[in-house]
Write a protein that binds this ligand. Structure first.
Ligand code: E4P
Length: 222
């Protein structure tokens, strides 16, 4: 399973990249706003900076919601860097635009997906990635992971090549469960990735190994 980081923070992207396990980045307008990035030129420059900080796909989301606007914005975003994947919302004009981008060889990530039917439409339009938001489903007492399972089954039934990109991940167990269910990618906040490193028995075990080594070295020096 590929690991993407879900942030527009260059600092966090660089930290995740330094771990050696990062495969890409997803952003959205809220994440860009959180970093104080606004204005078309600054936003485009920020995407180029992100592409320079990671060796992998970078999802850049369109703001337009009409077909003409999505196409023009998406084509510009795609021209910024070869690693840009145009992120398009799951709306009618979004799906039409995904089909247009697919025909032109521009890669896409269909975002704000909350049902298997939406995921089927995204795949039929040729989306490179589909982003089911599992945390937001869990937030409204629905089973986000069940959606990953359902989409995996449907895509496998028909050999659909769209990659399942589990999004809106809240904690490390979401990552592990998405891996069990066969999601192709998980896009995660940095703290969820870092939490995967942690186990108390690892910390206790390492402490004991080092203490034993210190004792043996001290005994040998006598
Ligand atoms: C996906 O690409 C989105 O950016 C993201 O995962 C949304 O997550 P949230 O529900 O934590 O905002």
């Amino acid at each position: 399973m590929k690991f993407f980081i879900d942030t527009a923070s260059l600092e966090q992207i660089r930290e995740a990249h330094s771990l050696g396990v990062l495969d890409g980045v997803t952003t959205n307008p809220s994440l860009m706003a959180k970093e104080g990035i606004s204005g078309t030129d600054r936003i485009y420059k920020h995407y180029v900076d992100i592409c320079g900080s990671v060796d992998g796909d970078v999802s850049a989301e369109v703001i337009a919601t009409d077909l003409k606007g999505i196409i023009s914005e998406g084509e510009h975003l795609a021209s910024l860097h070869p690693n840009i994947v145009v992120k398009v919302p799951m709306i009618r004009d979004g799906v039409k635009a995904i089909k247009h981008f697919t025909d032109k060889g521009i890669r896409t990530n269909c975002t704000l997906v909350f049902s298997a039917g939406q995921a089927l439409l995204a795949a039929k339009a040729g989306a490179t990635y589909v982003s089911p938001f599992i945390g937001r489903l869990d937030d409204v007492s629905t089973d986000g992971l069940a959606l990953i399972e359902q989409i995996r089954l449907i895509y496998d039934n028909y050999g659909l090549e769209t990659q399942v990109l589990a999004a809106s991940i809240r904690h490390p167990m979401h990552i592990v469960q998405c891996a069990e269910l066969g999601a192709d990618v998980a896009t995660c906040p940095l703290n969820a990735i870092l939490a995967l490193f942690e186990h108390p028995l690892t910390a206790i075990g390492l402490e004991k190994f080092l203490a034993d080594h210190r004792k043996a070295s001290a005994a040998a020096a006598k």
